[in-house]
Design a protein around this ligand. Structure first.
Ligand SMILES: [Zn+2]
Length: 95
């Protein structure tokens, strides 16, 4: 495994943990997202805008923190935590 693969694995785990603690500890959940973002930045890994809210750092979980609206055939992600709406395209997202 190279450094980037290790970083991706860590990001995946952090985002998973952020989902797990959601609803129990919002602060901790955001902290995990924050850490994932930091690792991504350091390794120049793109996370896209479908995983968490770029405004408040809340992890997106359909029905819990995320509502998907379609406007002119373009999906719009609405953060249920802060109300921020963002168009999401077919652009590559972190997997
Ligand atoms: Zn938000």
């Amino acid at each position: 495994m190279n450094a980037e693969e290790i970083a991706r694995e860590r990001i995946r785990k952090l985002l998973q943990m952020a989902r797990e603690v959601l609803g129990k500890d919002e602060k901790l959940s955001k902290r995990y997202v924050e850490l994932a973002k930091r690792i991504a930045m350091r390794h120049r890994i793109k996370l896209g805008n479908k995983l968490f809210c770029k405004k408040c750092g809340t992890i997106f979980v359909q029905g819990k923190t995320l509502r998907v609206r379609v406007s002119n055939k373009i999906p719009v992600y609405v953060c249920l935590a802060c109300g921020a709406a963002r168009k999401v395209g077919a652009r590559a997202t972190f997997k």
